[in-house]
Ligand binder design. Structure first.
Ligand code: DGL
Length: 263
């Protein structure tokens, strides 16, 4: 291993691009290999066992592709399978978790909202996080079925998106939360409508920067940082690449060839 191996990153779909972008900004010399498990997206309505199985299959695939570290750019997959991945793989594994701890520290009125997938809110890891960091905080956890599908279709704003969001945000507004955690890596792609609907007095938090920082720390501590001068981004999908390529181009800001990964 000389550091030029790729950083493997995966999500159920395009949501993890929010994390990949942050990693690219922080670590511009790294070769990033991103896998979108689009054959199985969305993970959020599936059983934790199935999500764990998919996470293992995808993690092992990326390790076989030569990844020097695995970044699980999906809260739901981290919630369901982080321990199993760490046990099964020989490379370090970086996960993502909803920003409950920073939210509990940031709230001024002791009320926070969490937007996440149904499966994430079922995961024991999520409950442990709340017990550990937000015991004295009023937490309104809101599952958001349907949002990932919209984003995968490239719909990140517009009247129908706002209508769906408004219905999901209603319980949070009723509870008068002043801080909202975006507990799914897809949701930062809805930042604009979310912040406009919630208003300027509500703070939105996500974990993108924390994951990029942790990835850098792990690479540094294990002597795996890439030598200067490289830097690339490659994306593969488990479903038909043409189904996701226009959304990828829209969200990444340039058109990229999406490869097919048989996982
Ligand atoms: N982006 C994923 C997350 O962070 C989940 C999306 C899905 O439901 O597939 O939770």
């Amino acid at each position: 291993m000389n550091g030029s191996e790729p950083v493997g990153i995966f999500d159920s779909g395009v949501g993890g691009l929010t994390i990949a972008r942050e990693i690219r900004a922080r670590l511009p010399h790294e070769a990033l290999l991103y896998l979108a498990d689009t054959d199985w997206v969305p993970y959020g309505g599936r059983s934790l066992e199935l999500i764990r199985e998919r996470s293992l299959a995808v993690g092992q695939f990326l390790e076989r592709q030569g990844a020097k570290v695995l970044v699980v750019a999906c809260n739901t997959a981290s919630g369901a399978g982080l321990e199993a991945l760490r046990e099964a793989l020989d490379i370090p594994v970086v996960g993502v978790e909803p920003a409950i701890k920073p939210a509990a520290a940031a709230t001024r009125n002791g009320r926070i909202g969490v937007l996440a997938t149904e499966a994430m809110l079922r995961a024991e890891r999520f409950n442990r996080l709340v017990d550990r960091y937000a015991l004295r905080t009023h937490v309104v956890a809101q599952p958001c079925p349907g949002l990932v599908e919209l984003i995968e279709a490239g719909e990140t704003d517009g009247p129908s998106v706002r209508q769906q969001l408004q219905a999901l945000l209603e319980p949070l507004q009723r509870a008068q939360v002043d801080t909202v955690v975006l507990g799914c890596t897809h949701y930062p792609l809805l930042h604009r409508p979310l912040s406009e609907l919630l208003g300027p007095e509500v703070t939105l938090l996500d974990s993108r920067a924390a994951v990029a920082l942790q990835t850098e720390r792990v690479l540094r501590e294990t002597g795996r940082l890439a030598p200067d001068g490289g830097g690339s981004f490659r994306i593969v999908a488990t479903g038909e690449p043409s189904r996701v390529s226009s959304t990828v181009a829209l969200l990444w800001g340039e058109s990229l060839e999406v490869g097919l990964a048989a996982v």
